[in-house]
Design a protein around this ligand. Structure first.
Ligand code: HSE
Length: 429
């Protein structure tokens, strides 16, 4: 039987999950891959640290290059996270002719094009199923069984931390800060949650999804994004009154060669399948020209779900070793021009607008007239009197260009009957 030797870089949460699955489900994995997959070495920062699993001490090393340069090792599995060191190790491993599996979205979104080219030149595989939505096998699904489709649209809830926070705000009427604290106590949010709550983590994942679905590379920094830090319990309650849930969506839509992509907190109609994806769960809603609509649902993080995806990649690599390998074709950089990109001002969306309006005769009529003057059609309006002189008035607007909306809002705020625009959110249509 073929022997495949694996070096793990990192024995944190995902490393432990990967180790457990490889050692617990050995018989199944051996049978499927027709290979004996052995963990040869594991990079750790402290050999003597107490761990939740018993790992033979002789497997541990504090020197990454003992793995990367080992002639014995066929597959390097990068699970240390972060960008710079992970990039250095993955690149060195590929140049040394090792296959690589990684769970690292930041490194693939930042250096993936270069690393895929190096892998191709060195006739090795670079797989990263675990980098997007943890246990959901979305990358393999798009590359293999769905590869015959032209993808029209991908809409994902790809960040469990923010989905947990928004769900708690909605179901238990918590303010953002309270829900964040609870997420941290339960281990769903990091001590420094900024990458998750500001949408950076979702932008990395969207970058990778677009690479696979559309064959284009868009720098994560160029993805328009808003996080959830300014979302109020009030907006979530109002959205619910209109029949919507608020979700942080990472989306990309290709209509007639024009690509629109974003990471935004968005109102999703309760009838949409994404609306019922709650707490730490992730989901991807995909439209392909042949297959139609598909929805993938599962755990996007955690030791065992993410380990499940990593092990899947290791097995895929093991099956390919000794065969004529084909690598993922690196994406062609997408020619971003006014023709191909829906510029922010041109991009159409439905909107939710929350105004604080003076409770005086004609105020609501003036706001509505201003929208009409700018060619914007109103879908619904809700006014909630608090018994004070100023009342929240919430509009749901039919699809409009952002520029039209901004012009209307400029007119509206020039008049003293609108005290404040409390929030502007997109509505999925
Ligand atoms: N921090 C991510 C999340 C998990 O909250 O979904 C790892 O990508």
């Amino acid at each position: 039987m073929k022997k495949v030797k694996v070096g793990l870089l990192g024995l944190g949460n995902i490393g432990i999950g990967t180790y457990k699955i490889l050692t617990q489900n050995t018989e199944k994995i051996t049978g499927l891959s027709n290979s004996q997959i052995d963990i040869e070495k594991i990079l750790v920062s402290d050999i003597h640290k107490k761990r939740e699993i018993a790992v033979p001490k002789e497997l541990l090393t504090t020197d990454a290059y003992e793995i990367i340069n080992s002639p014995e090792i066929d597959v390097v599995v990068e699970l240390i996270g972060g960008i710079d060191k992970a990039y250095e190790y993955i690149k060195a491993a590929l140049l040394n002719g090792k296959h690589v599996a990684t769970a690292n979205k930041a490194v693939i979104a930042t250096h993936g094009m270069e690393l895929m080219n190096i892998a191709k030149q060195n006739r090795v595989l670079l797989l990263f199923e675990a980098s997007v939505a943890g246990g959901i096998p979305i990358i393999t699904a798009m590359m293999k069984p769905l590869c015959g489709n032209e993808f029209r649209e991908i809409i994902g809830i790809v960040n469990g931390t923010t989905n947990y926070i928004l769900t708690q705000m909605s179901e238990n009427h918590m303010e953002y800060e309270v829900a964040l604290k609870q997420a941290q106590e339960k281990g769903f949010a990091e001590a420094d949650p900024s990458s998750d709550v500001e949408g950076e983590d979702a932008a990395y994942k969207l970058c990778i999804l677009m690479l696979i679905a559309f064959g284009v590379y868009v720098d994560p920094k160029d993805i328009p994004r808003e996080g959830i830090t300014k979302i109020s319990k009030e907006d979530i309650d109002f959205a619910s009154n209109f029949g919507y849930k608020l979700k942080l969506l990472a989306g990309a839509k290709n209509s007639s060669g024009r690509l629109k992509y974003y990471v935004y907190p968005t109102l999703v109609a309760e009838s949409h399948p994404l609306a019922s994806v709650n707490n730490e769960f992730n989901a991807l809603f995909i439209k392909g020209d042949a297959v139609g609509e598909l929805m993938f649902y599962g755990r996007g993080a955690g030791s065992m779900p993410t380990g499940s995806a990593v092990v899947g990649d290791i097995v895929s690599i093991a099956k390919c070793i000794g065969t004529d390998l084909l690598n993922i074709t690196p994406a062609q950089p997408y020619p971003i021009t006014d023709e191909t990109l829906e510029l922010t001002g041109e991009s159409k969306s439905m909107y939710y607008i929350n105004f604080l309006v003076g409770d005086e005769p004609g105020a609501l009529g003036k706001v509505s007239t201003a929208f009409g003057n700018h060619g914007i059609s109103i879908q619904s309006v809700l006014q909630r009197s608090k018994g004070s002189n100023e009342v929240p008035v919430i509009y749901i607007l039919h699809e409009t260009k952002r520029k039209q909306l901004d012009d209307a809002l400029a007119d509206i705020t020039n008049n003293n009957y609108v005290k404040e625009i409390t929030s502007i959110l997109r509505v999925l249509s």
